[in-house]
Design a protein around this ligand. Structure first.
Ligand SMILES: [Zn+2]
Length: 568
């Protein structure tokens, strides 16, 4: 037997308890054949001396939005603006740059807005109208849970009049006179998005290529796309086809697990015995969670139960404390639909074979998620791909054991601490701050903790995410939430490897470097277990199935490897 690739002289952190460390790794046909002495006597088509560089399992982002991120890479990004005047200047410059081009006939699309960058202030609709005139404008909020539009956009949506009713689970925010301020929250965004959607498969394919190239450069080898095919998060009813096309054409540079939104599911029929209980609701032909291969597959169905902490729309048990941009008296957030309706829809999906990924940020939404999922598990059984609670941002102490007992995985994003930590601290107040974005106490309770970013909602860089799990620093330098929730570097690495693999039902394939597993790995300039700053490590190379998706390796230090390096 001749190996395809042999890594040697490496500091290999396997994340496999049976053999935690190695210095060489052999790969054949996209899989790991063995480590160290397993490889004695084996030749390799390519030998790569890593000069002591660190190798970890490939990073897994268990919750991100790649199409959204990739599309945003092609839009005006205002995330660097500090103060509304800077934001207005960027808008003016973009509108002027596009004037006279084909683009000027369509929407002005802007990404990266966060009121925390502007002292809690939102853009004035009168100023936006002056800049854009009759051209419709959509400024996406980083959270995805709200957006800012101009009067032209509201007019196109038919929602300009003071008498226009708010949709269920959303709000067109108005001033005291009843005029729209331009802020549209939650489901009200669909009034605008339905004017823009669907994106073409060609545009989505390009967006996925841009996004996953970026992932490769950051060491990411797998990701879970948290919502496709409908709702406010989807981009096309045939969105999966964009992934399939990108994968077939070699433009998808990381393995993808896709979560269709619950709205994309519909009654499917079938034999009565197939789903004793609720009438099943799924995708045509009975396709469900787990369908696909180790490169592209279907994950759980994604359902939104509540909103966001940043937007103070999450369903919490006690009212929000801040009064910076709205009166929060009595505001405990809201569910995105009637809870009984959500329960019925989720059970119908579960009955059709879907695992559930429930977006629940507030502790009141976490209660609802646990209730519904545990009930489905009792009626229809556990799932190979675990049920999950997305974000699980506010969890009361007694909810930990319930999560563990139900085998529900969680994805609390450490990437939120830096940008959102100070704002969330103000919104939540001191008394329940220790419930916010748990990490260590999830692990102690036996809850599967998956690393994830929610990119582009937050920074998607995994090394910075690991650093954030370890130090929990906010933009102001404060320590976010409970100091005891800080993870060790090894626990932080586990979140993005073994933890994310377990949460995505792929622990038998990835998350650790062991014989038989997929040869997905990341080469780093130093060890995240001992580095002074994990965030400052460099990603030297990334490989998916033993093939490099990214490489920035320094010149070889010992002889005999130059030819191999050049062939990468
Ligand atoms: Zn998300």
């Amino acid at each position: 037997m001749k190996l395809d690739l042999l890594l040697r002289n490496a500091d290999i952190i396997t994340m496999d308890e049976r053999r935690p460390h190695a210095t060489s790794l052999g790969i054949w046909q996209g899989r790991i054949v063995g480590l160290d002495e397993d490889l004695d006597g084996l030749e390799a088509a390519e030998v790569l001396d890593l000069g002591g560089a660190t190798v970890t399992p490939g990073f897994i982002d268990a919750h991100c939005h790649s199409a959204w991120f990739g599309l945003g890479l092609g839009e005006l990004d205002v995330s660097a603006a500090r103060g509304l005047d800077e934001l207005y200047t960027l808008l003016e410059a973009e509108a002027a740059a596009q004037a006279g081009t084909d683009a000027a006939a369509g929407w002005l699309l802007v990404t990266g807005f966060n009121q925390q960058h502007h002292g809690g202030e939102f853009p004035e609709i009168t100023v936006l109208d002056r800049i854009t005139g009759d051209r419709p404008l959509l400024i996406r909020h980083n959270s995805g849970h709200m957006a800012v539009v101009n009067t032209a956009a509201l007019r196109l949506a038919g929602a300009e009049a003071a008498s226009f009713p708010d949709p269920d689970g959303g709000m067109i925010v108005r001033d005291v006179a009843g005029n729209p301020t331009g802020l549209v929250e939650e489901t009200a965004q669909q009034l605008i998005q339905r004017l823009i959607l669907p994106y073409s498969l060609t545009d989505l394919e390009s967006a996925l290529e841009r996004a996953t190239r970026h992932y490769a450069a950051e060491g990411i080898t797998s990701f879970t796309e948290a919502g496709i095919g409908g709702g406010w998060i989807g981009h096309s009813p045939v969105e999966l086809a964009a992934y399939q096309r990108a994968a077939a054409r070699g433009k998808l540079h990381a393995r993808a697990q896709l979560m269709p939104v619950l709205e994309a599911l519909h009654p499917t029929g079938g034999h009565r015995q197939d789903s004793p209980g609720a009438a099943p609701s799924g995708l045509d032909l009975g396709i469900a969670t787990g369908f696909g291969n180790d490169f592209l597959s279907l994950g759980p169905a994604k359902v939104f139960l509540d909103g966001s902490l940043l937007g103070e729309t999450a369903a919490v048990s006690q009212e929000f404390c801040s009064h910076s941009h709205k009166d929060n008296t009595g505001n405990t957030g809201y569910f995105q639909a009637d809870p009984e309706q959500l329960r019925t829809e989720i059970e119908a999906a579960y009955a059709a074979g879907w695992s559930i990924a429930a977006h629940a940020i507030g502790d009141r939404a976490v209660d609802l998620a646990i209730d519904i999922i545990a009930d489905c598990e009792r009626k229809y059984g556990q799932r190979d791909v675990p049920n999950r609670i997305e974000h699980a941002s506010m969890t009361r102490p007694e909810q930990l054991d319930r999560l563990a007992a139900a085998g529900i995985a969680v994805t609390p994003q450490a990437s939120f601490f830096h940008e959102g930590g100070d704002g969330m601290t103000a919104s939540l107040g001191p008394e329940r701050l220790s419930w916010a974005y748990r990490a260590s106490s999830f692990l102690a309770a036996g809850v599967t903790l998956a690393g994830s970013s929610d990119r582009p909602v937050a920074d998607g860089n995994v090394l910075r995410g690991m650093q954030a799990f370890v130090d929990r620093r906010t933009a102001s330098g404060a320590l976010f939430g409970n100091p005891a929730e800080r993870l060790t570097p090894r626990q932080a690495l586990a979140a993005y490897t073994t933890g994310a693999a377990a949460a995505t039902g792929t622990a038998h394939l990835k998350g650790s470097l062991a014989p038989g597993k997929l040869a997905d790995f990341t080469v780093l300039s130093g060890s995240p277990l001992t580095a002074g700053s994990i965030a400052e490590l460099e990603v030297l190379a990334t490989a998916v199935g033993g093939r490099f998706t990214h490489r920035a390796l320094p010149a070889p230090q010992s002889g005999g490897t130059a030819a191999a390096l050049q062939r990468l």
